[in-house]
Design a protein around this ligand. Structure first.
Ligand code: PEP
Ligand code: MN
Length: 376
C-alpha cells in the first residue's frame, strides 16, 4: 500500500507520527519513506510493507496530510503506476532533470577508443549545447576476440574531458558489479567533473545480482535496457529488481527486439512501446535507435533509417535518446558501421527539435479534447 502525502508535507513532519504509529500497529507491517521528485513538484510517499492486504485504506485517508491511498498490485510494485493511480517519477541528477515530461538527447561514442576521439566527440557536443552523452568503457561483446573496452584505465581522461567540455551526464554500461565502484572512485578522483548514469545492457537485463548491485547504491542513476529476447513483462520485472533494492532513479530504455525473421534492421524496432512503458510504469523512457537499426541504411527519401526511427520514438513521447556517433567511424573498435558522422550532428538535433515540437503540439490537442481509452 502506498500513502501519497500532500505536496507540502515533508519527511519527519510531526503530523506523520500518528499515521506511522497506526500503520505499524498492524502485525508485520513496516513503513518506508520515499521522496518523489516530479517535473513540477515533489511529493513524499509512505510505503507500507509486509502483510498489508488486510489493512483498510479509510483510516489513512482521513488524515489531513494524506492526498490519497493506493493499493498496489503484485506486479511492478516499485516502478508501476498501479492502474494510473500514481504519478510518474522523475529525478534530478548533476543538474539535469529527467522525467516523463521532458526530453534529453544522449549522442556519443558506442565505445571509448582513443583520447583524441573522446575529445573530438565532447567538443562537438559542447559546440551544439549538448550536456548529456554516452561512452562505453566496459563492452559486452558477442565474441571474446572482439575489443572489450578500455575499462577503468580510460575513466580518468574520459571524466576529465567531460568536465572540460561541460558534459553533465555520461551513460556508461557496467557488466560487472566491480565496475560500479571503479566508476565511483574515478568520479571522486576527477573532483566530480561529470556524472554517470549506469547502463544495464540488454544482455544483462536478467542478471539479477548485477541489477541488485546497481540498485543498492543510490548515488548514480540507472539506465535499464530491455532484454532483447524476453517479454516486456519480464523486462519490467527485471527492472523492478533495481527499484526494489533501493534506487528509484531509473530510466527504461527500448532498444529493439531480436527476431528470427531476417529483418532489414539489426533488431525489430519497438518504439511503439514508448507510450506503453510510460503508461505501465512511473519511469522516464529512453530509445536507442542505433542498436535497433544497426546500420547506416538510407531511406529512398534520403533520410537515414536511424533518423526515421529516432523521430518515431520522439514523436511518441520518448524522454531520452541514446545514439552512436563517431568522429572516424572507419577506425571505431565497436559498432562503427552504425555510427552517425560528426557533420550529421546538427541535422540530427534539428530533426529532434522538429519531432519533439510535434509531440508537444499533439499533447496540446489532447488536453483540449481527450480521447476515450477504448471502445470495447
Ligand atoms: C550499447 O548501448 O552499447 C549496447 C551494447 O547496447 P545493447 O545492450 O542495447 O545491445
Ligand atoms: Mn554499440
Amino acid at each position: 500500500m502506498i500513502i501519497v502525502l500532500k505536496a507540502d508535507v515533508e519527511v519527519g513532519a510531526p503530523e506523520l507520527v500518528p499515521l506511522i504509529e497506526l500503520a505499524e500497529s498492524y502485525p508485520d507491517v513496516r513503513t518506508e519513506f520515499h521522496r518523489i521528485q516530479g517535473a513540477t513538484r515533489s511529493v513524499t510517499e509512505v510505503y507500507l510493507l509486509g502483510h498489508t492486504g488486510v489493512i483498510p485504506t479509510e483510516p489513512f485517508e482521513e488524515f489531513a496530510c494524506v492526498e490519497k491511498v493506493v493499493r498496489v498490485t503484485e506486479k511492478f510494485r516499485a516502478i508501476g503506476r498501479h492502474g494510473g493511480d500514481l504519478d510518474a517519477v522523475g529525478f534530478e541528477y548533476n543538474g539535469v532533470q529527467i522525467s516523463q515530461d521532458n526530453f534529453h538527447p544522449f549522442p556519443g561514442l558506442c565505445a571509448v577508443d582513443t583520447k583524441e576521439n573522446v575529445d573530438a566527440m565532447f567538443r562537438a557536443l559542447a559546440e551544439h549545447g549538448v550536456k548529456t552523452t554516452r561512452a562505453g568503457a566496459y563492452k559486452p561483446r558477442t565474441s571474446p576476440y572482439d575489443f572489450q573496452g578500455h575499462g577503468a584505465g580510460c575513466l580518468p581522461y574520459v571524466f576529465e574531458l567531460a568536465g572540460k567540455h561541460g558534459i553533465r551526464i555520461i551513460a556508461m554500461e557496467v557488466t560487472h558489479e566491480s565496475h560500479i565502484e571503479e566508476i565511483q572512485e574515478a568520479l571522486v578522483a576527477s573532483g566530480g567533473a561529470t556524472g554517470v548514469m549506469l547502463q544495464i545492457g540488454t544482455r544483462n537485463a536478467q542478471n539479477f545480482e548485477l541489477l541488485k548491485a546497481v540498485g543498492q547504491q543510490t548515488e548514480l542513476p540507472v539506465l535499464f535496457k530491455r532484454g532483447m529476447g524476453i517479454t516486456l513483462e519480464e523486462s519490467l520485472n527485471a527492472c523492478e529488481y533495481v527499484a526494489s533494492a533501493g534506487n528509484r532513479r531509473i530510466v527504461f530504455c527500448l532498444r529493439g527486439m531480436k527476431t528470427q525473421l531476417g529483418d532489414p534492421h539489426r533488431n525489430l524496432v519497438d518504439f511503439g512501446h514508448v507510450p506503453v512503458v510510460k503508461r505501465l510504469t512511473r519511469l522516464p523512457v529512453c530509445i536507442d535507435p542505433s542498436h535497433s537499426v544497426g546500420s547506416r541504411a538510407l531511406g529512398s527519401d534520403g533520410i537515414l533509417d536511424i533518423f526515421h526511427v529516432t523521430a518515431q520514438g520522439v514523436i511518441a513521447g520518448a524522454n531520452m535518446v541514446l545514439v552512436d556517433f563517431h568522429p572516424r567511424p572507419e577506425q571505431a573498435m565497436c559498432d562503427g558501421p552504425q555510427a552517425l558522422l560528426m557533420q550529421e550532428l546538427p541535422r540530427w538535433l534539428e530533426d529532434l527539435a522538429i519531432v519533439r515540437e510535434a509531440y508537444q503540439a499533439r499533447l496540446d490537442r489532447v488536453s483540449v479534447s481527450p480521447a476515450s481509452p477504448d471502445h470495447s
